[in-house]
Design a binder for this molecule. Structure first.
Ligand code: SF4
Length: 226
């Protein structure tokens, strides 16, 4: 992979723009409920209609890879998620992930699926969105990424309407996603109710996991840094 020799000196020279680093419980994915340190990188080229992290669009603060690692270490938690914004919009993200893996962390990345994932260390646990039509960002889906998904990775659809749900079913079928990796179906918060999504899932008998954003039920849906 690119940056596979990220050493100590390089970790001081390479920097990324960071919005926030904090510890919380993982609210989504098959890791939901586990303590996790989140590194929220700044900036996103997309503008999903229902985006809940608009505050990450603007420029954050520059941190070297070793600075980020020091901040993560303070929390004493072995699970780390790189999120955003769109974390793969920054060129040094694969090197950051590689460095954290070398330090012994289990690393998750949450990506919009609009940037190539083939630069990532194969030990990375990838949670990749495929943007549904009502996000208004469907045209950014990079379907070639599906070739690089592993059985342990996860594809997430954020569902804002019945039209989105039907589109997700068609996409799952077209790309044989049930045979490739785990599938997450999430409600666009406030746009559809979990009970409604569950009834559609049962009716369709889709092999997917309901993905509630636990942090939005524990704290205020608008709370940052949780
Ligand atoms: S990809 Fe994520 S951060 Fe970017 S606009 Fe969509 S929801 Fe927001």
């Amino acid at each position: 992979m690119s940056g596979s020799n990220t050493g100590h000196d390089e970790s001081k020279n390479l920097s990324l723009t960071v919005t926030e680093i904090y510890a919380s419980i993982q609210g989504e994915s098959s890791y939901a409920g586990l303590p996790c340190v989140f590194i929220r990188l700044s900036g996103c080229p997309l503008r999903c209609r229902w985006c809940d992290t608009v505050y990450s669009y603007k420029a954050g603060e520059a941190y070297s890879i070793s600075n980020i690692s020091e901040q993560v270490k303070r929390h004493g938690i072995s699970l780390v998620e790189i999120t955003g914004g769109e974390p793969l919009a920054q060129p040094n993200t694969p090197q950051l992930i590689h460095y954290l893996l070398q330090q012994g962390y289990e690393v998750l990345i949450e990506t919009s699926g609009s940037e190539p994932i083939d630069t990532l260390d194969p030990r990375t646990h990838i949670i990749m969105d495929l943007k549904c039509p009502d996000s208004k960002m469907e045209q950014h889906n990079l379907y070639k990424n599906i070739e690089y998904l592993k059985a342990s990775d996860e594809v997430k659809f954020v569902i804002a309407s019945r039209k989105d749900f039907d589109w997700a079913l068609d996409t799952i079928k077209q790309y044989h996603l049930e045979d490739i990796c785990k599938i997450l179906l999430s409600c666009a918060f406030g746009l559809i109710q979990p009970a409604e999504l569950v009834s559609w899932m049962l009716e369709a008998k889709v092999k997917a996991r309901l993905n509630l954003q636990q942090h939005k039920y524990i704290w205020s849906p608008k709370a940052k840094g949780v």
